[in-house]
Design a protein around this ligand. Structure first.
Ligand code: SAM
Ligand code: DTB
Ligand code: SF4
Length: 335
């Protein structure tokens, strides 16, 4: 079985990324089958609980107040609506519910108190709860952990070298510090990045190098394809060839064999055949539901139908690690 390593070199990762694609995907598929039940996909549903008006300058993001996009700043969604969305997500087969807020950082205010309460309620519904709220300090991470928070998403987005071409209002170090706080609080870490922001191949490799050499690999690694949104500085960014995206997924699978690799933003623009290749290359998690945070995503029903065609099924919540028992095709997918 592939060893879990935290001492990868750039050359080693580049050599994996550059393999003939047919061999790269085959190797990733082998690693995937050794470490996971390759027929299982974890489905996570996102809800933007505080949309837009964000003070940061992330060039890809439609929620940054300084860009003129169609996303309007709105107040925080009320608690009952959040709970209702979580119930719908669960009924549709999602095991994880992830709440996103367009904040630079968490502040110790009444809005955070509300998030903490909702985390408790949704956890009690039997779902894995995830949040992505921007930067967190140690105390805030501990508070979320006490409330039952299962995972926290905080992405590094790109390589350290390319980072300041994309964001200037917070540093790579700031992001690493938040990841540390999350890890130290005993919360499962979800950390990945975005492919297709005009970066070089070496930046995709550099992102995977940084993530795979964290003291512990994130339990979940979202790989997003840029959704180029009108009004953002990246609105005219050319779409990256799918094959580079596939290489990124396959390389992530090989260098972080025990992590869930999440086929994240960008699925709406991918064919089912392309998504199939991503699953073959080791992706084992998706965002499900017709909206990501502000942009469209495939409907639950079409994803469930797609998984059924592929002979795959959704993963139960709170299931850890290797799960290679024989599975009865799609038997957990609701009709
Ligand atoms: N404000 C918080 C933060 O930045 O940490 C949480 C929400 S933020 C929208 C979460 C992540 O979504 C970003 O780090 C980025 O990786 C991803 N993301 C945002 N806009 C995207 C886009 N247009 N295309 C692909 N991924 C995107
Ligand atoms: C992640 O890596 N991707 C998700 C989630 N974590 C929070 C967000 C994608 C957002 C895509 C653009 C939007 O819908 O606003
Ligand atoms: Fe704000 Fe997060 Fe968007 Fe950056 S990615 S502008 S921090 S909402």
């Amino acid at each position: 079985m592939a060893e879990v390593r935290n001492n990868w070199t750039r050359e080693e990762i580049a050599a994996i990324y550059d393999k003939p694609l047919i061999d790269l995907v085959f190797e990733a598929a082998k690693v995937h089958r050794e470490h996971f039940d390759h027929r299982e996909v974890q489905m996570s549903t996102l809800l933007s609980i505080k949309t837009g008006g964000c003070p940061e300058d992330c060039s890809y993001c439609p929620q940054a107040a300084r860009y003129h996009t169609d996303v309007k700043g709105t107040p925080m969604v009320n608690v009952n609506e959040i709970i209702e969305s979580a119930m719908i997500a669960k009924a549709n087969g999602s095991s994880r519910f992830c709440m996103g807020a367009a904040w630079r950082e968490v502040k110790d205010n009444v809005q955070f108190d509300r998030v903490v309460d909702v985390v408790k309620t949704v956890t009690d519904m039997g779902m894995e709860v995830c949040c992505t709220l921007g930067m967190l300090n140690e105390k805030q991470a501990e508070r979320l952990k006490e409330a039952g928070l299962y995972a926290y998403n905080h992405n590094l987005d790109t390589s350290p070298e390319y980072y300041d071409k994309i964001i200037t209002t917070r540093t790579y170090e700031d992001r690493l510090k938040t990841l540390d706080n999350v890890r130290n609080a005993g919360i499962s870490v979800c950390c990945g990045g975005i492919v297709g922001m005009g970066e070089e191949k070496m930046d995709r490799i550099g992102l995977l190098l940084t993530i795979s050499n964290l003291p512990k690999h994130p339990e979940s690694v979202p790989i997003n394809a840029l959704v180029a949104v009108e009004g953002t500085p990246l609105e005219n960014q050319d779409k990256i060839p799918f094959w580079e995206f596939l290489r990124t997924i396959a390389t992530a699978r090989i260098v972080m064999p025990d992590s869930m690799v999440r086929l994240s933003a960008g699925r709406q623009e991918m064919s089912e055949s392309e998504q199939f290749l991503c699953f073959l290359a080791g992706a084992n998690s998706i965002f499900a539901g017709d909206k990501l945070l502000t942009t469209p995503n495939p409907e639950f029903s079409s994803d469930l139908a797609m998984l059924q065609v592929f002979g795959m099924k959704n993963r139960a919540p709170f299931k850890e690690g290797k799960t290679c028992q024989s599975v009865n095709s799609a038997d957990e997918i609701p009709a």
